[in-house]
Ligand binder design. Structure first.
Ligand code: PAF
Length: 293
């Protein structure tokens, strides 16, 4: 596996692949790779002949009071893991490579409408503009046939799908299921910020999603009341919840008559912000309780 930092080197490698007519899958990441990322790379290997993994902690998607500076950067360990997994190319650019016209860029991509004004869009202003911009740049640089993203960032996945559709970008977006620790906590690079006590409490976020999902699967449709009840449970456990909501899978307001929903949450435990979500199906199809055995 090659590790490249410069755009010119990336172009050189990709043009060799292209002359051999090899299809490319892209897994965009911010590094500090864990089993969730590796599952994306493994999935990518089945979808294309060559797999590019990008590692770039994108400053444009962090708010001024967020964790850009302390976000874990572990490029050597990431490269070792990717080598074992069979990725073909690790692209790890610097800010100046990704934003060659200077940082911050004056040209950005903003997905408008209600999709980016709710949930994380409400609590992290500018976040999705930063994500859409950097993902668009990566798509332009790598020109993949398929790009893979985790369903843990459900809203991000919808924003990227929308951008791809609206701009007619010639690639497929593939969403992959969330991986969890044995106690249900969704894998995330930010989990390592948690102290031991916080780590013990953290799985309750997923438990709250499951409680709501099970109530819906059992026929309840009082979404707001269900969320308010579980929000109180989370607050009592020590979380500071930002949102806990039931929505349609495309994040439109939830239709009680529909057959599928997603329950989404963001909450702080101390200074660590956790997000998670759970897909729920109509009563005849059991809730997708993904709690590992
Ligand atoms: O999900 C992430 O890790 C990031 O938001 C992404 C998609 C790599 C863009 O920086």
């Amino acid at each position: 596996m090659k590790t490249l930092h410069r755009v010119a080197d990336l172009h050189g490698e990709l043009s060799e692949w292209r002359t051999r007519h090899e299809t490319v899958a892209l897994v965009p990441t911010m590094g500090n790779l864990h089993a969730g990322h590796i599952s994306l790379v493994e999935r990518a290997r089945h979808l294309a002949e060559c797999v590019v993994v990008s590692v770039f902690v994108n400053p444009l998607q962090f708010g001024p009071k967020e964790d850009f500076e302390r976000y874990p950067r572990t490029l050597e360990a990431d490269a070792a893991l990717l080598r074992q997994t069979g990725a073909d190319l690790l692209f790890a650019p610097a800010v100046a490579d990704m934003y060659p016209g200077g940082y911050p860029p004056v040209t950005t991509v903003r997905v408008g409408g209600p999709l980016t004004g709710i949930l994380d869009g409400e609590f992290r202003p500018g976040h999705f503009e930063g994500v859409a911009t950097v993902v668009n740049i990566l798509f332009n640089l790598v020109q993949p046939a398929v790009a893979l993203f985790g369903e843990k960032d459900w809203q991000q996945l919808q924003v990227i799908r929308r951008m791809v559709a609206d701009l007619g970008l010639p690639l497929r977006v593939n969403g992959a299921p969330t991986l969890r620790d044995a106690d249900g906590l969704a894998l995330s690079s930010r989990n390592q910020y948690l102290g031991p006590q916080e780590r013990a409490i953290a799985p309750r976020l997923y438990a709250a999603l499951c409680a709501i999902g099970e109530a819906i699967a059992a026929g309840r449709r009082d979404f707001a009341a269900l969320c308010a009840q579980q929000r109180a449970v989370l607050e009592a456990a020590g979380f500071r919840a930002q949102y806990l909501e039931v929505r349609a899978p495309d994040l439109a307001p939830p239709d009680p008559q529909a057959g599928a929903w997603v329950v989404l949450a963001a909450a702080y435990l101390g200074s660590t912000r956790l997000i998670d979500n759970l897909q729920v199906r109509a009563p005849d199809v059991a809730v997708q309780r993904a709690m590992p055995e």
